[in-house]
Each structure stands twice: as C-alpha cells, then as structure tokens.
Write a protein that binds this ligand. Structure first.
Ligand code: TUI
Length: 308
C-alpha cells in the first residue's frame, strides 16, 4: 500500500494518527509508529518544555519516524515550533489555524509540513506556501471542527491541489479507509479509533464511553460562537447547549469544554468532562492494540480496493 505519503514520510502504511490534545502523548505516538503508521505527539496547549520531554520519551520507544502536531491557538505555539526544529523532528501537522508564519523556519530545517485544512481555499493557500501535503478534515472529526463533511471536502481538495491529500474525519476501519482512497486521498488520519487503543494513556471511563457510544451520541457544542467542538453527549454538553441557547458569554462556554478535556482524559470524569470524539465512535466496539488497529484497517482496505 504505497502512496506519495508513505514515500514522503518513510512509513509502511498510509495511516497518520491524529494529534489529539491530552491523548496523543509519547506512548501512543510510539505505538502507532511502531505499527507502521505515523505517530504524533499532540502539542495542544502544553509548554515547549513538556513537548521537548514528550519527544525525547518517544525517541526512546521507537526508531521509526514520528511527528508533532502544533495546535496553532496555543499560547506556546511559537516556542513549540522552535523545539520541533531543535529536536530534529521531521514532520509536523498543524491544526486550528494557519501555519504560514512557521513555514520558513520548518522548511529551512527540512521539516515536512502538513497543515490540517477545513476548506479548499486554505488547502490551495497552504500549497502555495510550500506545504508538503494537506490533511482535509471533515466535520465528522472529534474536537475543533470545520463545516464540511469528509465526503464532500476530500474530493474537492484533491482536485484543487497537486500535493498529496490525507483524509480525516469519520474513518475507523478498512471501509472508511478504502472510501477516502476512492475520494482521492493518499492516506487517512485517524483519531478516535486510537483513543480506544491499549497504548493510549486515557482513563478507562473515557475509552468505555467510546466503546459504548451509539451513532446518535455525538454532539457539537459552540456552533453559535464560532468555536464548534465535537464531543460525546453528557451532562456537560446538555448544560453547554442550554447556556448557548440562552446566549451565555463565550468565556463561560469555552471554559466548560476546554477546561474539562483534562478532567475526562486524566480523571475519567465522563459526566462533567469534555469527551472529544469523532462521529465514528459508534463503530468502535472494543479496545485493541495499535498494531491490531493498523493491520486490520490495511488488510480490510486492501481486499476492498483490490490493488488500487
Ligand atoms: O485542531 C483540530 N482539532 C482540535 S484542536 C483541539 S484543542 C483546542 N484548544 C483550544 C482551542 C481550540 C481547540 C481539539 N480539537 N483539528 C484540526 C482542524 N483545524 N480542524 C479545523 C481546523 C481549521 C479550521 C480553520 C484549520 C484552519 C482554519 O482556518 C485558518 C485560517 O486562519 O484561515
């Protein structure tokens, strides 16, 4: 299953792990890379020192390439951008913004830059600024999302740019993987499926909510204030959506979700915590190792694609 992405990144399978805040730490990143995909450390809002430590720990756990995701709304994004170069990281994905101001720094250091885009316009702009590939992320994804679905966004981005396209949002098995290959993607970025992996250092309560999730358990908070975040329904989302309807101030609402992601991931508070997860959570039925996840997706997709 060779594509321009496997060649660009020097990986065996065209599967990229999502750079999920609090979830994508060194253990998960190393496990995905060891399974033949590209693991990523999620920078989220962590300090540059924390990211440096995470990178060093991942290096001890894998010889394979792995990357760092820079969440561009982080107050520490400038320092994290620098740490990536200092630590010799060879691939960066970015999210929740436009990474133009870091392009020269990274390109000059030989870092492959792969921005997440939620529109054709940003994909074209990123290509012009020297991006090596783009991740077209549909609104089926967990966490901070754009407006368009994976089904509609991926083929339009694939038609609009020459660089390889990675699809994200709603992919958790070989069928989803094969589908996005048919839409023109040369790899898939997968998030939620890896949250429910054995190696993800995530509270068991969180994993269990993903495994028990039904198709209709996904909810989007923050649509009205321009900060849509996809999560699994719980007491927090009910409260959030009620406050949102009443026109509560943005700060109050923002605190309710972002402040509570840690509560869900680390403490296992699935009642008040923010259970960021994609719409595909309903498809995930058991915890598996990253190796099992990657192998099963590739085997199923190969059978479906028949050498395509
Ligand atoms: O970034 C994500 N997903 C995330 S980040 C996150 S943690 C967080 N912390 C504080 C504030 C907000 C979030 C949880 N989930 N996915 C990548 C992604 N990027 N999805 C959509 C976008 C995006 C949207 C608009 C990228 C660029 C963009 O426009 C940039 C511009 O300036 O035109």
């Amino acid at each position: 299953m060779e594509t321009r992405i496997t060649k660009l990144l020097g990986i065996q399978y065209p599967i990229i792990q999502g750079g999920m805040a609090w979830v994508a730490e060194h253990t998960l990143a190393a496990a995905v890379s060891n399974a033949g995909g590209l693991g990523l450390i999620g920078g989220a809002s962590a300090s540059a020192d924390v990211i440096r430590e995470e990178i060093r720990k991942a290096k001890e756990m894998t010889e394979k390439p792995f990357g760092v995701n820079v969440m561009l709304m982080s107050p520490h994004a400038d320092e994290v951008a620098q740490v990536i170069v200092e630590e010799g990281i060879k691939v960066v994905t970015t999210g929740a913004g436009n990474p133009e101001k870091y392009m020269d720094l990274w390109k000059n250091a030989g870092v492959k830059v792969i921005p997440v885009v939620a529109s054709v316009a940003l994909a074209k702009r990123m290509e012009k600024y020297g991006a090596d590939a783009v991740i077209a992320e549909g609104c089926e994804s967990g966490g901070h999302i754009g407006e368009q679905t994976t089904m509609c966004l991926v083929p339009q981005v694939a038609d609009a740019v020459e660089i390889p396209v990675i699809a994200a949002g709603g992919i958790a098995d070989g069928r989803g993987f094969a589908a996005v290959r048919m839409l023109g993607a040369e790899a898939a970025q997968i998030g939620t499926r890896f949250v429910a992996s054995k190696e993800a250092v995530v509270h068991d309560n969180y994993k269990e909510r993903i495994i028990k999730a039904k198709d209709i358990d996904s909810e989007v908070t923050g649509r009205s204030n321009g900060h849509p975040i996809r999560v699994l329904r719980n007491k927090m989302t009910r409260e959030y959506l009620r406050l949102e309807k009443e026109g509560a101030p943005f700060e109050e609402l923002e605190y309710l979700t972002l402040g509570s992601l840690r509560k869900a991931v680390v403490e296992g508070d699935v009642v008040n915590g923010s259970l960021m997860a994609g719409q595909i959570a309903g498809l995930i039925k058991e915890e598996k190792t990253c190796e099992e996840i990657v192998k099963e997706i590739i085997t199923e997709a190969e059978a479906l694609l028949g050498g395509k």
